[in-house]
Design a protein around this ligand. Structure first.
Ligand SMILES: [Zn+2]
Length: 108
């Protein structure tokens, strides 16, 4: 994965709950397998399921957060069967966000 995708996932999965912990453990075993067609930075993810355990049962998206800068943007982590499957950036404005903002600006 590109460093900005990894950094964004790590920032979103910091937490003491078992779901965040399990998903964070998957990050080193995750690769990008697809991109969004609209030009935004959203990536499809695939975890090597032989390497790590699935996260315990949880809602989808597993994480949903906003950015303080750019403040019209939000980010979601989605899973399939307990494994990371999508890191999606979305924008309230019409322009797709084509690069990952600095994870320091994530607001949870
Ligand atoms: Zn898109």
């Amino acid at each position: 994965m590109q460093p900005d995708v990894t950094a964004t996932l790590r920032a979103l999965l910091i937490g003491s709950d078992p779901v965040s912990g399990a998903l964070l453990a998957q990050v080193p075993h995750t690769r990008v397998v697809g991109r969004c067609g609209c030009g935004c930075a959203t990536v499809d993810l695939e975890v090597d399921r032989t390497a790590v355990a699935p996260a315990p049962s949880h809602g989808n998206p597993a994480v949903d957060a906003g950015y303080t800068d750019p403040h019209l943007a939000g980010v979601m982590v989605c899973t399939e069967g307990g494994y990371l499957s999508l890191l999606e950036i979305y924008s309230v404005s019409d322009e797709p966000i084509s690069t990952w903002p600095d994870p320091r600006f994530i607001e949870r």
